[in-house]
Design a protein around this ligand. Structure first.
Ligand code: PLP
Length: 354
């Protein structure tokens, strides 16, 4: 049994995907070919936003979002400590200071109460300028956007939704990718909507942001690629990956249903043995991971392994415990909930072809 079976998905879609790839090989527009624009229209329609701008990966998507918001040295950007490294990395990469926030124990997502505390602390210290929040839709479940949007508004902060794992999630039928001033996603193969290489996208309703993103991803281009009006980067989605994603996106709604069926089955079978993941009323998860908690995780994982069931730990180290962020001066015990999660979580196989 595989943790995520990408081969099974490819076999299911093989003839359609092969045709799409061969179309690209025939027309030869490998960079920014027609499939890229087609995919951006389809993605924006699915998410329910005005603009989808594709790029090279989910990390670049976050970096591009921070560039649009002009985040720089002296700025504070708030993000959960229990997340994948890229969420926090891009803040430091932009020259700004990551300010970590505690997690909610039952949803794994950023805790709005602690977020407000951390914002007030930075304001009182007066050393950094609070600029933005990056919230994460961890394991596929949208963060608490009703509360996060209120806090962003109250403190005049921009909100970025890191939906790298959250694509397909919903709150009251509103889709992930539409909750922040900007939202980002990743098409890394193992994500809910993955391609066969690296890929990413940024979503926004803001016309000005979209125009900036389209410039930044091609060396800060102006009227054309050899007219450079700002410092940007090279971060485009390959046409072949866009072609693959068009077929995968068409299949995505039915895959999302299957993921939710599997999650329901897991819940029924496992709720009496483990702490199973909680999906709040009105929320839909895209189940990037199905994550359980157990006080004796090592034994449980060994038991699963002996039965041929692979398990993984996402994540065993919080951001404030990472060596790369030791310069920020956090210590053990600063985020007891997130630290407890890091010690007890493990994930079971989850994909639509189980
Ligand atoms: C995967 C991931 C990213 C980065 O995406 P890449 O495409 O791998 O660069 C960012 N944030 C979160 C929460 C992720 O899970």
């Amino acid at each position: 049994m595989q943790f995520i079976d990408l081969q099974a998905q490819y076999q299911h879609l093989k003839s359609k995907i092969d045709k799409r790839i061969s179309d690209v090989l025939e027309h030869g527009q490998y960079i920014m070919g027609p499939e890229v624009a087609e995919l951006e229209r389809e993605l924006a329609a699915y998410v329910g936003v005005k603009h989808a701008v594709t790029c090279a990966n989910g990390t670049d998507a976050l970096t591009l979002a921070l560039m649009v918001l002009d985040v720089q040295e002296g700025d504070a950007v708030f993000c959960p400590t229990f997340t994948f490294f890229a969420t926090a990395e891009v803040i430091a990469f932009a020259g700004a200071t990551p300010v970590f926030v505690e997690s909610n124990e039952s949803t794994f997502n950023i805790c709005p109460l602690d977020l407000e505390k951390q914002i007030q602390k930075v304001r009182e210290e007066g050393r950094l300028t609070p600029k933005a929040i990056i919230s994460v839709d961890l394991f596929g479940l949208p963060a608490n956007y009703p509360e996060l949007q209120k806090i962003a508004k109250k403190y005049d902060l921009k909100l970025i939704e890191d939906a790298a794992q959250g694509f397909g999630g919903e709150i009251e039928s509103q889709r992930a990718g539409s909750f922040g001033d900007l939202a980002t996603t990743s098409f890394f193969p193992a994500k809910p909507l993955g391609c066969y290489g690296d890929g990413g996208a940024i979503f926004t309703d803001n016309d000005e942001y979209a125009e900036l993103l389209r410039s930044y991803r091609v060396h800060g281009k102006g009227v054309d690629k050899y007219d450079n009006v700002r410092i940007g980067m090279n971060s485009r989605l390959d046409t072949i990956q866009a072609a693959i994603l068009l077929e995968k996106l068409a299949e995505f709604p039915s895959e999302l249903q299957k993921r939710n069926k599997i999650a329901d089955q897991y819940e029924t079978e496992l709720a009496d043995r483990f702490i199973t993941p909680r999906v709040p009323e009105g929320y839909l998860s895209s189940w990037a991971q199905y994550t359980l908690r157990s006080e004796n995780r090592d034994e449980v994982m060994a038991e699963y392994k002996s039965q041929g069931v692979p398990t993984m730990i996402y994540y065993g180290t919080c951001m404030h415990q990472q060596t790369a962020f030791s310069y920020l001066g956090y210590k053990e015990g600063d985020f007891p909930v997130a630290e407890k999660l890091a010690k007890t979580v493990f994930s079971l196989p989850m994909h639509p072809y189980m």
